[in-house]
Design a protein around this ligand. Sequence first.
Ligand code: NAP
Length: 637
Amino acid sequence: MTSPMSLPEAKLDAALAEADLRVLLMVVYHLTGDDHWLSEPFLPQRDVNLIADEDAGLSPEAQAELRATAKALLSAGTTHPAINDPAERMPDLMQTCLGERVPAEYATMMREEMGFADRRIKWSGPSMADRAKHPVIIIGAGASGLTVGYNLRELGIPFVILEKNDEVGGTWLENRYPGCAVDTPNHAYSFSFGSREPWERYFSKRDALLRYMISRSQEFGLREFIRFGTAVTRCDWDEGSACWRVQCTGPDGAQTLTGMALISAIGPLSLPSKAPIPGADNFNGPLFHSAEWPEDLDVTGKRVAVIGTGASSMQIVPTIVDRVASLTVYQRTPQWVRHIPRFQDQMTEGQCWLLENVPFYAEWFRFTMLWRYGDGLLRTLKRDPDWPHPERAMNRMNDRHREQMAAHIEQELDGRPDLLAKCMPIYPPYAKRILLDNGWYQALCKPNCELVTDHIERITAGGVQTKDGTDRSADIIVLATGFKVFQNAARLNVTGRNERRLEQDWADDDPKAHLGITAPGFPNMFFMQGPNTVLAHGGSAIFTSECQARYAVGAIVRMLEDGIAALDVRQDVHDDYMARVDAEHRELVWNHPGMKPWYRNAKGRVAAAIPWRLVDYWTMTREPDLDEYHLTRETGT
Ligand code: NAP
């Protein structure tokens, strides 16, 4: 948290000129502990932009004084800040930093996210790790699997990670389509633990994300615990030994491993959904799903068809449009797309330097991103029973967002009434997954691009035929048609207590789990990114993984400490939780009948998205309540 050396003056001057002053104010407060910085004229103004203006609305005089003070403090060395962890001052600091109300209930969660408070699970007495008769088996070495592995390693609990690929990274390894990038701000979309990554963009590209995952797997010492190239074929609960038997095939052939607990960390968006369009087998050229983009494919000068207009398509289309001969985009449902000023910007050299070198800067910058891309939107997505236009918006604020997004689309498609008619949605904004404007509309306006809204009839040898009988030629077809999200861990071929099959319990695309983490009849099994835990209103998926890892590993620690052989969530607890999830969702936008988001299954239940605020989920998952579980004690304890 502290830097032992003073910082070079020339670098400091240049960097301070580019500093986000609301963040710099917090740095100065940490270094001095002087309350006068938390009053006028240094109070930052609220800024609703995700990437806020760096001057924070301060007067030129206040800016100059703040920078000069920061320079003096940092030049003098920062070995002894007045405040390391703001603890009880956190509520004040959060509000001052952002110039808006931030409820005090966020204070501890944010301190953990910023690394001021330790989130790691601890033994309540001496380590009981050697009581583990078998390792914990984790399936998947993406961000979730690495998070669980990190926590278990810190505690000394034996574990093994089975990974079907030859490298870590999960979604960031598999998706390599042109333009692939994160659309959660990166300074929030990163682990709360380990060294801070000097992200060069607000929203990083896939290669940077994959490098991050690989380097953290090294930093956390996890690689020796990972069996690469190893695919799980079935998982069976063995009641006699209270263990999981996990069958897998890998470089050494087929094997059965025994685990004291089983953690599915296979990712919610890892199974491509290839639209069942007739004729796909007859196509003469490359035809593939967006997540299976061929490594050596060159689209230059080719006629490319992209089916689908979700997040993947929105990144592919603007990236390749200038390279291809023609681009035909097949749209089934128009999308609301949010304009984020400076979305594509690189961080400046000065900002990167501040993030890497100035104590407390990275922590508070992360806080601003966590908050702005956090819970704020959720309350605007709730149905107002008195709102007179429920077909177009959930409430007045949601309608205001609709107007802003509609104005953006009109501006982008000025002079193209044909495209405007095709692109303007009629359902409420945010009802489908939030999308950010990557240059989408500008790409659609290019002379070599066509947006087709007639439904697809079939794929032919030479292209795509729509229902109106039109044939459009293509050399390459990309299925940007999304993922099978509802199978989740059920596709691991899991049999629990009394021959209970997860596949059956979750049949008809209807997975359910207590807190999204445990299901009755499947003792000692935990789901990462399980049912109803996908963040749909904002926030970072790494945050939810950390919540789930704390809960799961917390339960494993209790098992070892208390001599518990098996821990199986009570059916009534599970059902009550699911009833609360469903009741909450009935009032939220993803249930709106005007469209079909991928969060909702065919029978109309929102089974993927979380209905809670981040702070609610963080509170619910802080520690497992063992009264909610049937416990089987170790014999002799
Ligand atoms: P998606 O959002 O599910 O979009 C699939 C698209 O394909 C939709 O436009 C859908 O139309 C269309 N489609 C599906 N079946 C079709 C069919 N039979 N015929 C014609 N069109 C069909 O999938 P995605 O774009 O791969 O994104 C999935 C999720 O992955 C995202 O929502 C996001 O959570 C994640 N993701 C994240 C990033 C990122 O962070 N940057 C990037 C990519 C993906 P309808 O709209 O009518 O259903």
